[in-house]
Structure formats: structure tokens, C-alpha cells
Design a protein around this ligand. Structure first.
Ligand code: SF4
Length: 355
């Protein structure tokens, strides 16, 4: 059965895959964790492998003569490869495993959470889909990655694994800059050591001029609205709904002025209870501003407050992706123009594959 790569990616992102005998990927952390990186066709996907619904997925991965194959209900669909990162086996001189400092994401992106604590974690304002402090609790990572540690890991990742860009995210700090100053400090160290293009993700700071500090060290930024539906946000991300939507718009505008079209992005999560129109109209607004709507299906990470939810259906995701890809095309926004980070990596969203 011939299956288009983009359709297979949508199915895998929503339904997950059973991977007996294969490393299931990181269990928690910021962003869509609890997945494995699948390389197939000409794309990469961060596929759920640990959530409850995976046991109902028609997809599984089997080993065949030293290779891996994706099967649907036992029928062979495509060959798949799992990226292996040599740098993740190393240790710093003071004995810190590199894989507690940063990881390979997608095919060629080095990713880390610079500050693994979030000011909202132990409060009712915590984002219910997030798992940022779970990986800290499990000992899989450390609370604060030092700039010199990240520089050391980035040099090795570039040399040994041909990493070509970097994603830095952060838990929100209890300071007005929301973690931006530390992102700038770590980005500077990585940039000086490797010259790699760098992406930084943060909540809109109180004073938007605080974003400017990233100008010389960072190439792209992510400011994540998560949902355009304020009622949905009230339910799942109280910290986000407290920030007026206009403040997001102003933060995106200021960032596009600094970093350029297609270099600013926002995660948009489908499956939180919003309508298709909310996502499509919101994405239209983003595209008009020059911002890339990085639309992902909800990832119910085990241990997060939404762990028992189900991701949206592949059919729904296809409808949304088709509509938004058309909007991006009309607005001249494309993942291909993006220099670093999630949009360039594209493992968590199939929107780039629909463009
Ligand atoms: S899209 Fe972003 S969060 Fe997802 S794997 Fe790539 S770098 Fe990581």
C-alpha cells in the first residue's frame, strides 16, 4: 500500500506507534516529550511511543534483517531509521553526562531546556500539557545548564553528529525578563564556540525591549500562544491567559522586526477543545505578521495533567494542515526560510510537510 509521507507523519503524530525493543525516547521534559524520533521518506517525526493510546495504534515498528520497518496492522508501510547521537554518550570533565545537558532532536538539532524549573509549576497556573519538571525529578536532566557546559556539548554535537542548529527553551523565571537574559548568555557561549544558528523560546517579557538582548546571539525565536481560544486557555494554561492577547501580538511584531519573516514562530496545540476555525483564523493572523504557526497535535505526556487525553484525529489534523498550508503559501511564509529551531527541525508538526 503506497502511503504518502506527509499522511503517514500525521497518522504517527496523532496515533503513536508501538516500538517493542527500540529505545522509546525521552520520558518527559519541555515540549512534546515521551516520543521517539522517526526518520522516514524525506521527513522526521517525533512520534508518541509511551502514552496510553499507543497500545491502540495500528502502527508498530519491527526489526527486519538489521533494519527497522513501520507496519500498519502488520502490513509493511515504510522503512524507518532512528537517529543515534554519539555525543550523547560523552561526559564533561567534571563527570556530567552530556545527555543530561542537551539532546539530539529531529535529524540534526541540538536541543535543551536552559532552566528546567518553571515559576508556575507548583501553582494552579501551570500549563496542563507540560512536563518540564518531571524530567528533573527523574534525574534525567539538571536544573540549570551552564553556558560553558552547553558550549562543550554543542562543539561535540557539531563534530560527531553533524548537528546544524540549536533549540533553547526555558521554564519561565520569576523575573521580568522571563528567562530571556539567561537564554542570551547561553546562546552567546554556544554561538562563540560553534557559530551554529540558534532558536530561543520564551514567554513574552513584561517590557518587550527585553527581547532585543537576543539580537546578536540568536537567529530565530518562539513565543508560544498555544491556543487562540481564550476559554480553552483558561482551562489548560492559566498563566498564558493572564497575558493579554495583544501583548503576544506586540511581542511577535517586535520579534519579526528584529529577526525577520518566517524567523518567529508560535506553537499552536490542536486538541485542547478549540475549533478548527480558531486555529485557522489564528494562523492567518500569524502569517500576516510574518510568524510561523507551528501547529502540533496535543501530546498527552505521561505524568502531565493531560496524560489521559487523546490527541486529535489524523483526519482533523490533515484538514487543518491543508488549510493553513494554503495560507502560508499566500503569505510567503515557509519553514524552508527558517534558520533554526522547531520550524527548521519540523519533527513535532506536519505543517511543513503540507507546504
Ligand atoms: S520540533 Fe522542536 S521540540 Fe520537536 S523535536 Fe524538533 S526541536 Fe524538539
Amino acid at each position: 500500500m503506497a502511503v504518502e509521507t506527509k499522511d503517514l507523519k500525521v497518522e504517527l503524530l496523532s496515533l503513536g506507534a508501538r516500538v517493542p525493543g527500540v529505545d522509546k525516547g525521552r520520558k518527559a521534559g519541555a515540549g512534546p516529550a515521551a516520543g521517539g524520533m522517526f526518520l522516514f521518506g524525506n521527513t522526521v517525526a517525533n512520534v508518541p511511543t509511551q502514552s496510553w493510546f499507543v497500545s491502540h495504534s495500528p502502527y508498530s515498528v519491527d526489526a527486519e534483517n538489521g533494519r527497522y520497518v513501520i507496519k500498519r496492522n502488520g502490513e509493511r508501510i515504510a522503512e524507518v531509521r532512528f537517529p543515534r547521537a554519539k555525543f550523547q554518550e560523552l561526559m564533561t570533565k567534571d563527570g556530567m553526562p552530556y545527555n543530561k545537558i542537551a539532546l539530539l532532536h529531529g535529524a540534526d538539532c541540538l536541543a535543551t531546556t536552559t532552566i528546567q524549573n518553571c515559576v508556575y509549576w507548583n501553582t494552579p497556573k501551570r500549563c496542563k500539557f507540560c512536563a518540564i519538571e518531571l524530567s528533573l525529578k527523574s534525574g534525567a536532566t539538571i536544573a540549570r545548564k551552564k553556558p560553558e557546559q552547553l558550549a562543550e556539548v554543542a562543539i561535540a554535537a557539531k563534530k560527531l553528529d553533524h548537528v546544524t542548529h540549536v533549540t533553547l527553551t526555558t521554564g519561565t523565571t520569576p523575573t521580568p525578563d522571563k528567562g530571556i537574559n539567561y537564554l542570551a548568555e547561553t546562546a552567546r557561549a554556544i554561538k562563540e564556540a560553534t557559530g551554529l544558528p540558534i532558536h530561543a523560546q520564551f514567554e513574552p517579557p513584561k517590557e518587550l525591549s527585553m527581547i532585543d538582548v537576543l539580537y546578536d546571539s540568536v537567529d530565530t525565536v518562539g513565543i508560544h500562544v498555544e491556543s487562540f481560544d481564550r476559554e480553552v486557555l483558561k482551562e489548560v494554561a492559566l498563566c498564558k491567559v493572564e497575558i493579554p492577547f495583544q501583548h503576544y501580538v506586540d511581542a511577535w511584531k517586535r520579534s519579526v522586526d528584529i529577526f525577520g519573516d518566517s524567523q518567529v514562530s508560535s506553537y499552536v496545540i490542536a486538541g485542547l477543545g478549540e475549533s478548527d476555525e480558531s486555529i485557522i483564523e489564528g494562523s492567518e493572523l500569524l502569517a500576516e505578521l510574518g510568524v510561523y504557526p507551528f501547529i502540533v497535535p496535543l501530546r498527552p505526556i505521561p505524568g502531565s495533567l493531560l496524560e489521559n487525553e487523546k490527541p486529535p484525529s489524523p483526519d482533523r489534523m490533515c484538514r487543518i494542515y491543508e488549510a493553513v498550508a494554503g495560507i502560508l503559501h499566500g503569505g510567503g511564509i515557509s519553514w524552508r526560510k527558517n534558520k533554526a529551531g522547531c520550524v527548521r527541525c519540523r519533527a513535532c508538526s506536519a505543517l511543513p510537510d503540507f507546504e
